[in-house]
Design a protein. Structure first.
Length: 357
């Protein structure tokens, strides 16, 4: 539809309440996949609009994506877009990676286990615990193969730079995960220089954990932003995985990870992050975001959700998460806090990013 002229702004247009695709499942590209190249053209599959960018009453942008909601029995209750095609969950896979480290034999608990499943904000308490864990296992920080980076949290990044600090591997949001991976390799006598190789014994264990939790085969193996192997599964599989963690038997690797994350959410994310707010204020909830606007959540009764914004815009993540939580019956100030995403003009609020489903 042609955009209205700037002199004639129009009110936001309503979007369909849901859109389900019956098209074949898309396959990862050859550059992302360890499998064959795709054999079908799915360029005509258009996911529904999940969020709108509204400025001064004018819809100036839209974010499309796919979302699935599972009921307490694990059945699909709502599917928007293509939820059975493989996606890269990015850091939403971290609980499964942490469970793989436990299955491999590392005995972590509490804040240390939460940090192993974290995309931490790079706040001082995150960095301090990474250093402490490296010391505890006799590991040189130079062994970390995640890239040097600045704190993930914008406020912490400004403080960090103002102090004259430089990008560092310990500061990178995945450093807790990498430290745990190195620790179990050192403990088991496995090669530490190749701990990120998909064929490494640790990564083969993680691969099995992902498949066990998702209830489906890994569709492709790529490389995450931190350099670790990245397993592709469907959004249904991702929601199913989170549900399996909260329903796992006490003492299992999966339940230990879920319990640590829920008890110490600040170490999973940070003091100014939606995952922390949700796990802190809705007891028993397991929540983990991933890069490229991926999110997965499981409630203690087994209801779960997973979604991905197609263009990877993280600004749409929280409004969509808040709306999806409302569909799951989660209410309270935390949902409003997560969903509030104002747009500024001239330093004042002139609009918002809002859910559109």
């Amino acid at each position: 539809m042609p955009a209205p002229q700037p002199s004639q702004p129009q009110p936001p247009q309503p979007q369909p309440s849901r859109s389900q695709s019956s098209q074949p499942q898309p396959q990862p590209s050859r550059s992302q996949s360890s499998g064959p190249a795709p054999t079908s053209d799915l360029s005509s599959v258009v996911p529904p609009v999940l969020a709108e960018v509204v400025r001064s009453g004018f819809v100036e942008g839209r974010h499309r994506g796919s979302l699935v909601v599972l009921g307490a029995d694990g059945a699909v209750e709502l599917a928007l877009g293509e939820v059975t095609a493989p996606v890269f969950p990015r850091s939403s896979n971290k609980p499964m990676q942490a469970a793989g480290v436990l299955r491999a034999g590392l005995d972590l608990a509490g804040e240390r286990l939460a940090l192993a499943a974290a995309s931490h904000s790079g706040e001082p308490f995150h960095r301090d615990l990474v250093r402490k864990m490296l010391d505890e296992y006799g590991l040189d920080p130079a062994l970390l193969q995640c890239p040097a980076d600045l704190p993930l949290d914008p406020e912490e990044r400004d403080t960090y730079l103002a102090a004259g600090a430089a990008p560092d591997r310990i500061t990178m949001n995945c450093s807790g995960k990498h430290t745990a991976m190195l620790a179990v390799c050192a403990q088991r006598g496995w090669p530490v220089e190749s701990y990120l190789d998909p064929g490494h014994p640790l990564q083969r264990i993680i691969h099995r954990v992902v498949e066990d939790a998702a209830g489906e085969p890994v569709a492709a193996v790529g490389t995450d932003g931190c350099g670790a192997p990245l397993m592709a599964i469907s959004l249904v599989g991702l929601a199913r995985a989170f549900r399996s963690f909260v329903h796992a038997e006490p003492g299992t690797a999966e339940r230990r990870v879920a319990d640590a994350m829920r008890a110490h959410p600040e170490y999973v994310a940070g003091t100014r992050r939606a995952d922390t707010w949700l796990m802190r204020e809705v007891p028993g909830t397991l929540s983990k975001m991933g890069a490229e606007a991926v999110q997965a959540v499981a409630l203690p009764d087994g209801r779960a959700l997973a979604f991905k914004i197609e263009d990877g815009a993280t600004r749409a993540l929280n409004p969509v998460l808040a709306r999806a939580l409302t569909l799951l019956g989660v209410e309270g100030p935390v949902v409003d806090r997560i969903g509030r995403t104002p747009l500024l003009g001239g330093g004042r609020e002139v609009g918002e990013i809002r859910a559109a489903f």
